[in-house]
Each structure stands twice: as structure tokens, then as C-alpha cells.
Design a protein around this ligand. Structure first.
Ligand SMILES: Nc1ncnc2c1ncn2[C@@H]1O[C@H](COP(=O)(O)OP(=O)(O)OP(=O)(O)O)[C@@H](O)[C@H]1O
Length: 290
């Protein structure tokens, strides 16, 4: 018999306090597969199979799991870029399930994404200042130059970075630019999809610390997705472990890392080279170099 999830899914309960930043109820997402034969349709891929959790305002929530477990599918649904087959998603208490593009504008204002590969997320033909200002243009923001300088400074870059192009920066600096762009519309929620996986080990800790500091300073809610629990542990208070489209374990990050209850979580921890271990082979000079 298949092992059952070790803790009750974080199903949103009756509302007593402030509205959760994100609430996911029993979400499924099936993908159609191309027909293998003319006679019989292929069975669908069940990418998400009854996922429920809630992220209170201001929490740093990690989602961890191996490639193919459904993380990207879940993120796309949270951001309103895809719809669940069944179940519902609410952002700041507002149900976004089934909304049309125009009605999803408030999600774009409140929730911003940071992607794994900053190079493909940044238009190489645009100057950094224009990349960061793009969401401000859409909002009709005045004083964009000042705001861009403020954002670049917030992510540890000099204001004159605005005049340069993405290829003139290192991987870590490019991810800083992506973060500045995500912060531009003053979102309340940041959803980061493997934001340090494409970076050199030597700069991962710096970018993780930057994300954690900004989340604190700006009182943001963070959803942080990674295949590596040690990376999630570095920035998140709570974690959900995903396996084959389901959440199999949830808990405080420390608790799940130190005392994993589900056999899949134990395998995940044993298999992954941890950030701590990886960083132990890196000198202080490396850590300060980008
Ligand atoms: N458009 C699609 N059509 C059919 N199957 C899909 C589609 N997108 C994803 N899948 C399948 O759904 C499952 C979950 O995929 P998903 O990309 O969400 O996982 P993931 O955990 O984000 O993996 P990765 O980190 O490799 O992107 C996988 O089996 C994948 O092959």
C-alpha cells in the first residue's frame, strides 16, 4: 500500500485571524497526453493530485521536491498563469480560480515571480534600467528613474547599473536585477522558482540572504520552490514536501529537516548535497566574489 502523507495537509481552516496571503484547496491539474493509438486515448498526467495548503501573511513558505513532482505546475496556478482542473486558489482572500486575464490584474500587482535562470528572464537587448522600470511603465508610475535607482540599491547594485545590459553582469548580479524588477510594482508576495539553482555555489548564499533580508524589510510573503531542502532551510520558516503531485509532509523547516517523518523526505535529504556541505568547500574570498 502506498505510504500516506505524514501530516494533515495544511487545509485552510475557519477564518479567525487575518486573511492568508495564499490559500490552496484540494487543487488537481491533469494534462492531456497525445494519443498513442487512434483507438484509445492516452491516460492524462495527474501533475497535481489534491494539493492543499495555506500561507499566512509574512510567512516564508518552502515547497521542495524533485524534478517532475509538480512544483512548476503549482506555481503557474498560484500566479494565475494556469488554471487547476479542480479545486481553488485564493490570493489575499480572493478566489482567482476561473478568472479571466483582465480580472487577474490584481494578482499581477500583488504577486511577482522570480525565475531560476536570470539570463533567459531578462531581455538581453534592453538596458537594466528599462528592464527594472518595465512594471512601473505598466502602472503609469512617475519618477521612474529615482525608483529604479532605489530598487537597484536595495538589491546591492550601483545606480549606474541602469545604463548597462544584462550580459555585462555576473549570474548573481543578474539574479539581483530580476529581484529588483520583481519588487518594482511593490508586490506583497514573492514566488521564487529555484532562484539560486543556476548560480555558482559561491554566490548562492549571498542571493539567498538578499531574498531573506528583503522579505523581512518589506514585510513580504515568500513562496520559495527548490529541489534542495538545505536551500529552503536557509530562508523558509515552513516547508511542504511534494512528491508525485501530492504534499507528503509539512512542518517547520527545522522540524522537517531534523526529524523527517515521511520516507520520501528522508530520501530527499540523504540524496541532496546540502548547501552547508557545498559551502564548506568554498573560501571566504569566494563568498565575497561575484
Ligand atoms: N504541458 C504539459 N503537458 C503534459 N504533461 C506535462 C506538462 N507540463 C508538465 N507536465 C508533466 O506534469 C508533471 C509535473 O511537471 P512540473 O513541470 O510541474 O514538475 P516540476 O516539479 O516543476 O519539475 P521541473 O523542476 O523539472 O520543472 C511531470 O510529469 C511533467 O512531465
Amino acid at each position: 500500500m502506498a505510504e500516506q502523507p505524514t501530516s494533515a495537509p495544511l487545509a485552510p481552516g475557519p477564518r479567525t485571524g487575518p486573511v492568508d496571503a495564499i490559500s490552496v484547496r484540494d487543487v488537481t491539474r491533469d494534462y492531456r497526453r497525445p494519443r498513442a493509438s487512434l483507438r484509445r486515448p492516452s491516460p492524462p498526467v495527474h501533475a497535481l493530485r489534491g494539493v492543499s495548503f495555506a500561507v499566512p501573511q509574512g510567512q516564508r513558505f518552502g515547497i521542495v521536491g524533485e524534478s517532475g513532482c509538480g512544483k512548476s505546475t503549482l506555481l503557474r496556478i498560484l500566479a494565475g498563469l494556469d488554471q487547476p482542473t479542480s479545486g481553488s486558489v485564493a490570493i489575499d482572500g480572493r478566489d482567482i480560480t476561473g478568472l479571466r486575464e483582465r480580472q487577474l490584474r490584481f494578482v499581477r500587482e500583488r504577486l511577482q515571480l522570480v525565475f531560476q535562470d536570470p539570463m533567459s528572464a531578462l531581455d538581453p537587448r534592453m538596458r537594466v534600467g528599462d528592464i527594472v522600470a518595465e512594471p512601473l511603465v505598466a502602472q503609469g508610475h512617475r519618477n521612474r528613474k529615482e525608483r529604479v535607482a532605489e530598487l537597484l540599491e536595495a538589491v546591492g547594485l550601483r545606480a549606474d547599473a541602469a545604463n548597462r545590459y544584462p550580459h555585462q553582469f555576473s549570474g548573481g548580479q543578474r539574479q539581483r536585477i530580476s529581484i529588483a524588477r520583481a519588487l518594482a510594482p511593490r508586490p506583497k508576495i514573492i514566488v521564487a522558482d529555484e532562484p539560486v539553482s543556476a548560480l555558482d555555489v559561491s554566490v548562492r548564499a549571498q542571493v539567498l540572504n538578499l531574498i531573506a533580508d528583503l522579505v523581512d524589510e518589506l514585510s513580504l510573503t515568500l513562496v520559495f520552490v527548490s529541489h534542495d531542502l538545505s536551500v529552503v532551510r536557509h530562508v523558509c520558516d515552513r516547508v511542504a514536501v511534494m512528491h508525485a503531485g501530492q504534499i507528503v509532509e509539512t512542518g517547520s523547516t527545522e522540524q522537517v529537516y531534523e526529524d523527517p517523518q515521511h520516507s520520501y523526505t528522508r530520501r530527499l535529504i540523504a540524496a541532496a548535497p546540502t548547501l552547508d556541505r557545498a559551502l564548506s568547500g568554498v573560501s571566504a574570498a569566494d563568498l565575497n566574489r561575484e
